[in-house]
Design a protein around this ligand. Structure first.
Ligand SMILES: C=CC1=C(C)c2cc3[nH]c(cc4nc(cc5[nH]c(cc1n2)c(C)c5CCC(=O)O)C(CCC(=O)O)=C4C)c(C)c3C=C
Ligand SMILES: [Fe+2]
Ligand SMILES: [Fe+2]
Length: 348
């Protein structure tokens, strides 16, 4: 008797992706990283004929030695925090999800590449792939760039698997809850007058380009989070702050949303405002001397959290007359965050 074929279900592939980091804090590696990052047309949205000569030829060579010094400050025995926290998260989420899933980790720029992570999933013949870019708020320059890269790579496979993307998770209760837990732990140690939610900035132009049917005008439109502005970066940042404030029991006058990390260029195009460095310098004169700072655009500690918010902003605040500036550490591989990621994947 011929045997009846049995259907065996394959594993579900999960691809966690973060932005990227240099292979080492040496200038040559930082230059290679910045060249890849800043010639991405979703990050620097200029025509390629201008972008490449301007960034590879001028801006990156000037910036790389300065950035390398900052990366040397950030580097640890385990390397770049963004990388090792990502690998820890991958391992722990894999343990939580069990053998029905295969979890891979990749970086949009440099290593481990998205290509190598996708190859692991392909080699394991996964049934479908769930991609989770590790950016809570969708931006064309971060989440959008990861999505474009994944689609570009997978589109070349002869057999293209089913793929789904988790594009934003600002209103995920696990994401909000895990950040709130870390914030409450800091609030229990010290009394704070005010909370600053500082997000990675992007050019205003990027927000307007993504505006659904011209809905976003960079005004009060972003104060409500709804179907028209679901992917508006500014509206998602405001929503994150609102949800975190609610979880922390903060009244609206007890917190500020602001934007950091603007790329200073001679082009002087406006980035999202208010700028965190300007906001914090005005606080001590208004009687705000003790500030708790969150960086909720990042789920892992990196240059932008540890150095910019944790060290540079602290110094600026104290120079302006502030007494105490404290950064809430990122989610990294905290158990509550690991559970939140696991739940997001299972729900998908
Ligand atoms: C939160 C998501 C991010 C968005 C959106 C984003 C947009 C964006 N970034 C730059 C320029 C730079 N960003 C740099 C570092 C950096 N950016 C993010 C995330 C987002 N960027 C992270 C997680 C990091 C840290 C990486 C690390 O290794 O720790 C840098 C490099 C730092 C430096 O050299 O000073 C640049 C440059 C632009 C132009 C942009 C949107 C248009
Ligand atoms: Fe950035
Ligand atoms: Fe808006």
């Amino acid at each position: 008797m011929p045997s009846t074929p049995t259907a065996s279900k394959g594993r579900i592939g999960v691809l966690l992706v973060n932005l990227g980091t240099p292979d080492s804090p040496q200038t040559s590696d930082v230059r290679r990283y910045l060249n890849e990052f800043l010639t991405d047309g979703r990050v620097i949205d200029m025509p390629a004929a201008v972008r490449y000569p301007l960034f590879q030829g001028l801006i990156v060579p000037l910036r790389a030695p300065k950035s390398a010094k900052i990366y040397q400050q950030l580097w640890t025995e385990r390397g770049s925090p963004l990388l090792y926290h990502g690998l820890d998260l991958q391992k722990l989420v894999q343990e939580q999800l069990g053998k029905d899933y295969l979890v891979a980790f990749g970086m949009r720029y440099q290593n481990p590449s998205i290509e190598s992570a996708l190859q692991q999933l392909r080699d394991a013949a996964v049934e479908r792939i769930i991609v989770l870019p590790l950016f809570p708020q969708y931006a064309a320059a971060s989440t959008g760039s990861v999505q474009e890269k994944v689609m570009e790579l997978v589109s070349k496979w002869w057999v293209v698997p089913s793929i789904s993307f988790i594009s934003t998770f600002v209103d995920d209760p696990g994401f909000i809850g895990s950040f709130a837990t870390l914030g409450k732990a800091e609030m229990a140690k010290h009394e704070y007058d005010h909370v600053v939610f500082s997000y990675h900035g992007i050019p205003e132009r990027h927000v307007l380009k993504g505006s659904h049917k011209g809905y976003c005008k960079l005004g009060n439109c972003c104060n409500n989070y709804n179907k028209n502005n679901r992917y508006c970066y500014r509206a998602q940042c405001f929503e994150t702050s609102r949800q975190l404030a609610q979880a922390l029991g903060l009244a609206p006058e007890r917190y500020t949303t602001s934007f950091q990390s603007r790329l200073q260029s001679r082009l002087r195009d406006p980035w999202l405002q208010p700028y965190t460095d300007e906001v914090l310098k005005e606080m001590p004169a208004k009687g705000i001397k003790n500030v708790l700072a969150f960086s909720p655009a990042f789920v892992a500690d990196c240059l932008e959290t540890t150095i910019e918010v944790g060290e540079e902003f602290k110094e600026m605040f104290e120079e302006a007359g502030g007494s105490h500036w404290q950064l809430v550490p990122s989610l990294n591989s905290n158990p509550e965050w690991v559970q939140a990621v696991t739940n997001m994947i299972r729900r998908n």
